[in-house]
Design a protein around this ligand. Sequence first.
Ligand SMILES: [Cu+2]
Length: 144
Amino acid sequence: MRRIHSQIVLTIALGALVVAAAASATTTTKTTTVKNTMSHEMAGPAKTLTGEVVDMSCYLAHEARGAKHVACGTKCVANGTPMGLLTSDGSVYVITLNHDNADPYNQLKKMVGQTVSVTGPVNERGGVKGIDVTAAKLVAAAKG
Ligand SMILES: [Cu+2]
């Protein structure tokens, strides 16, 4: 009788260990997944592009840009409209927020209509080009 009792206790103890091990394994897996989602290991090559900062809603809808559109564009961007970089060959890159440093992105919000140089990884997916801004610099003031 005593022997059966100690075998039951041992079985319960082993069962608890298995559950604890499984729980810790699950936690480890979750941590790894979150880390992979946040990293930019698959990012494209870093480039420096020069162009005008445009607000995407007004540029796509009616090609609004330049000095005449600084006030409206600044307001649109402050309200959450994405920014684009219009380069001299007519290409538009969506400017995206870099996870590690939001400062260059936020600086660009005050440079709508200005010519800037933007540095960061460039990617293209589904026909949309984007630059993940890691550095931004004013090149020239807004022009027509
Ligand atoms: Cu606008």
